[in-house]
Design a protein around this ligand. Structure first.
Ligand code: PEP
Ligand code: CO
Length: 459
C-alpha cells in the first residue's frame, strides 16, 4: 500500500515506529536519554514567525518572484565556531546574494547551511585504514574526525555541544546583520582582498558600485536606510538527520496550533534518508517548517509523487523544496521526467539545483574533489531544462566556505589537481572557496542578464 493511504496519527516521536537509517549507535543509552532530555528543555534557536516568514518568501520564489541562495559547509565543525570564520561565511553569502540580485533582478533569500549542520549521512558505517576498522565520522554532533577508537565513539554529550555552538553562531550572525553588516555603506565589509584574480575583482567592483548608486537613490527617495528594510533577512538550515535531536527541538506552538522544528528555519531530508516508508519522512511530514528534500538520480517519478503527497498534502505554497542533485552527466536525462512527475500531482514545489553532490569525484591520488566547470555546467543546464519544460529554477544550493581552501578544481585562478593538497580542510565534501563561489554567482548572474537581453530583442 502506498504511504499516503496508510497515514496514521502524527506526533514528534511517531517516527520511532518506522525503519530508521543513518543513526549513530550509542554505547550508553542512559547517557543518551539524559542528553536528549536536556536538549528538549533548552530554549528554541529560532521562532515560529521567522519560520513562517521564510515559508512565505519561498512561496514567492515558487512563483518566480524571488530566488533562493542556500549555502555553507558540507559539515560545519565545532572548531570553526569562531568569529572570523563565521563572519567570512556570512560575507561570502552576502556578496553572492548581491551579485545574484543584480543579475536576476529579484530579491535573494539567503539561507545558510549553518548553525546546526553538524550531522552527516555516510555511505558506509565503518572505515578501515591500515587494517584497523572504526566507525565512520558522522559529524561533530556525533563523534570526532580523528582516527582513534576514542574519537570515533559516538558521544551523546556532543548533541548539547552542537546545540550550544549553533546558538553561538546564530547569535553572532544576528548581531552582525542587525549591526549593519549587510549595509553597502560599509565598504570594509565588502572588501575583496581574497579576490586575487583581477578581472573578477573589477567585474565585482562594478556590480557593487552600481548597486551602491541605486541604494543612494532609493534612500534619498524613501528616506529609509536600505539595511533597515532588509535586516533580519537571513535564515538557517541543516540536514534533519539525527532524529532524536530533531525531535527534542520540536515544539508545539499553541498560537499557530502547529508543531515546529525550532532548531532551524528550514531543515532538509538528505538523499539517503528520503525513503517513503522511512522514519525521516514520517518525522518531517508533521512539522510545519518549510522543508527541502534532496532528489538524486536513483529516485523514480512515482517516488517523487509520493513525497509530494505525503509531505505537502494540502499543496501549501512554500512548504516543499526539491533540491535536485543529479550531476552534469545525468541532469539532461533525469530532470525533465522529474518535472513532469511533479506536474502530474497538480502540486507546486520550489525547484532548486544542488550542483555539488552529483559531481563529486576521486582523483588518482585518492582525494575527493569537484570540478568548477561541472558545477557551473549543471547549474546552467538546470536553468535551461526548467525553462524548456515550462518550469522554473528557483534557487541554488552550494557547498562553500569563506576561506581560501583548495578543495575544488578549476575556477578563474585555475586550481589544478596538484593544488588540492595545499589547503584541503573539509572533513567530508569539497567546498568552493570564496573566490570560486563568487565567480559562480557572477557567471549565473551574467548568464541571466544575457538571457534577458536576448529575450527582449526577440519581443
Ligand atoms: C549534503 O548535502 O551534504 C549531502 C550529503 O547531500 P545528499 O543527501 O544530496 O547526498
Ligand atoms: Co556534502
Amino acid at each position: 500500500m502506498s504511504k499516503s493511504l496508510a497515514l496514521t496519527h502524527w506526533h514528534p516521536a511517531s517516527w520511532h515506529d518506522q525503519p530508521v537509517t543513518q543513526q549513530p549507535k550509542y554505547a550508553d543509552p542512559v547517557a543518551l536519554e539524559r542528553a536528549v532530555a536536556s536538549l528538549s528543555r533548552l530554549p528554541p534557536l529560532v521562532v515560529s514567525w521567522e519560520v513562517e516568514a521564510l515559508r512565505e518568501r519561498l512561496a514567492k520564489a515558487q512563483r518566480g518572484e524571488q530566488f533562493l541562495l542556500q549555502g555553507g559547509d558540507c559539515a560545519e565543525s565545532f572548531a570553526d565556531c569562531e568569529s572570523d570564520s563565521i563572519a567570512r561565511r556570512l560575507k561570502i553569502l552576502l556578496q553572492m546574494s548581491l551579485v545574484l540580485l543584480q543579475g536576476l533582478k529579484k530579491p535573494v533569500i539567503r539561507v545558510g547551511r549553518f548553525a546546526g549542520q553538524y550531522a552527516k549521512p555516510r555511505s558506509a558505517d565503518t572505515e578501515t585504514k591500515d587494517g584497523v576498522t572504526l566507525p565512520c565520522y558522522r559529524g561533530d554532533n556525533v563523534n570526532r574526525p580523528g582516527f582513534t577508537a576514542l574519537e570515533r565513539e559516538p558521544d551523546p554529550e556532543l548533541l548539547l555541544r552542537g546545540y550550544e555552538r549553533a546558538a553561538l553562531t546564530l547569535n553572532f550572525v544576528r548581531s552582525l546583520i542587525d549591526g549593519g553588516f549587510a549595509d553597502l555603506h560599509h565598504p570594509e565589509y565588502w572588501d575583496l582582498s581574497f579576490l586575487r584574480h583581477a578581472p573578477l575583482r573589477d567585474a565585482y567592483q562594478k556590480i557593487v558600485d552600481s548597486i551602491g548608486e541605486s541604494l543612494d537613490f532609493f534612500e534619498s527617495m524613501s528616506g529609509q536606510q536600505v539595511h533597515a528594510v532588509t535586516r533580519g533577512d537571513f535564515y538557517t538550515s541543516h540536514e534533519g538527520l539525527h532524529l532524536l535531536s530533531e525531535q527534542a527541538q520540536t515544539r508545539y506552538i499553541g498560537r499557530q496550533k502547529k508543531w515546529y522544528n525550532l532548531s532551524t528555519h528550514m531543515p532538509w531530508i538528505g538523499m539517503r534518508t528520503a525513503n517513503i516508508d522511512g522514519a525521516h519522512i514520517e518525522y518531517f511530514r508533521g512539522i510545519a517548517n518549510p522543508i527541502g528534500v534532496k532528489v538524486g538520480a536513483a529516485m523514480s517519478a512515482e517516488w517523487l509523487q509520493e513525497l509530494v503527497h505525503v509531505l505537502n498534502p494540502q499543496n501549501q505554497p512554500g512548504r516543499l523544496t526539491f533540491i535536485h542533485r543529479f550531476g552534469i552527466k545525468d541532469i539532461e536525462q533525469r530532470l525533465p521526467a522529474m518535472i513532469e512527475a511533479v506536474r502530474g500531482t497538480g502540486s507546486q514545489v520550489l525547484w532548486v539545483c544542488d550542483p555539488m553532490h552529483g559531481n563529486t569525484e576521486t582523483t588518482a591520488a585518492g582525494i575527493k574533489t569537484r570540478r568548477f566547470n561541472n558545477i557551473l555546467g549543471e547549474v546552467e543546464a538546470a536553468f535551461r531544462i526548467h525553462e524548456e519544460c515550462g518550469s522554473m529554477l528557483g534557487g541554488v544550493h552550494i557547498e562553500l566556505t569563506g576561506d581560501d581552501v583548495t578543495e575544488c578544481i578549476g575556477g578563474a585562478r585555475g586550481l589544478a589537481e596538484a593544488d588540492l593538497v595545499r589547503a584541503y580542510r573539509s572533513q567530508v565534501d569539497p567546498r568552493l572557496n570564496a573566490e570560486q563561489a563568487l565567480e559562480l554567482a557572477m557567471l549565473i548572474a551574467r548568464r541571466a542578464g544575457a538571457n534577458r537581453r536576448t529575450t527582449k530583442a526577440f519581443r
